[in-house]
Design a protein around this ligand. Sequence first.
Ligand code: GLU
Length: 427
Amino acid sequence: MATMTSPISISLQNEKNPWIAAAARFDEAALRLKLDEGICKVLRAPNKEITVNIPVQLDDGRIEVFTGYRVQHSLARGPGKGGIRFAPDVTLDEVRALASWMTWKCAVVNIPFGGAKGGVICDPHLLSDMELEKLTRRYTAEIIDFLGPERDVPAPDVNTNEQVMAWIMDTYSMHARHTTTAVVTGKPASLGGSRGRPEATGRGCMIVTLQALKRMGLAPSDCRVVIQGFGNVGGMAARLMAAMGFKIVCIIEYDGAVYNPRGLDIAALQKHRKETGSVAGFGGGEAIDKTEAMFLECDVLLPGATENVITSLNADRIRCKILCEGANGPTTPLADEVLFDKKVFVIPDILANAGGVTVSYFEWVQDRQGFFWNEQLVNTRLEEIMVESFDAVVEFAEKHQVNNRTAAYMLALDRVAAAIKLRGIYA
Ligand code: GLU
């Protein structure tokens, strides 16, 4: 790995490797902050990487072995925090990057967690509920020594949900010999989950977008929004933003895109998707090419699905005023430069999608207190944190003449570095 005197360089060959992208952004922020070289070394590599091979007996009696990871990037500011994803293309480099992004994200919104992430290489759509439960429980058992409310607290991510969190909580609790709700967040409300957690990431995206609009003197009703993804992030953001008066002109999913320049009826589209399993064939809009849909002229583009959707190969075709990164890592570092030149107002992922982990923090607090808040209190506190963090990032960017992403990284690195300095290096 490069030292701080030779920051990592990004090329067309490696721009889509999330860990290289994370390292490049780290280097840039560290150099600008003139961060101590030793602290850089500590923060550049994850603190702990666990790889497990998980045997599962499938419904037909065969035994299959799945590979899973849990990476704890930094525990300097508190227990590890971050989701677990189930997907066929999970890699260790991806999980490393996602873990480091959790460290920066928790620091940007100033909640007392470090950063961690988990992933299992599997296609959950090809597994039965029983197989998924067995996989989840055995993965949990394999990494159990590293989990705990004071150690590392998982949450949902791509292809995992409340049910998966309930299984993790139960498995951990069976080993601990007592119910330990605070070991995961994003649980069902009936099992210690927080009100408002399912909507939190989408709500956070909406709050920061509203802040960006204010700075530009725009009203939600003036804004055409294109959203990629219609799941927990994109779907929730669409619903909440439509209710706030935004015109959601296009929803892009993996199996098609629907467009309506007057604004889509999001509730009707959600109903259609529930009934047919797809956004395709929706009568309230026209079908358009899902790749081209990203390049529609709009005010807000909200990628809310996967990594690497805006790259050096297509960034020059993006035509939005505001890019709100609901997904983790949707923009590559090479694309950043293009967007900056085009004067797109980027709300970087570690700020834009931090609403999810912020309400996870509220959930962890409520579980530990055994005292639960109503939804209004959750939403008010979420708004306070998102607005404060947005203002801090944008003011930092203006003061130091850097883009919003670099500002967010600098703010985060500074906070994590301060914690390491105060704690000192244990020998
Ligand atoms: N998976 C979400 C994220 O990437 C939430 C993590 C959490 O709540 O711990 O931010």
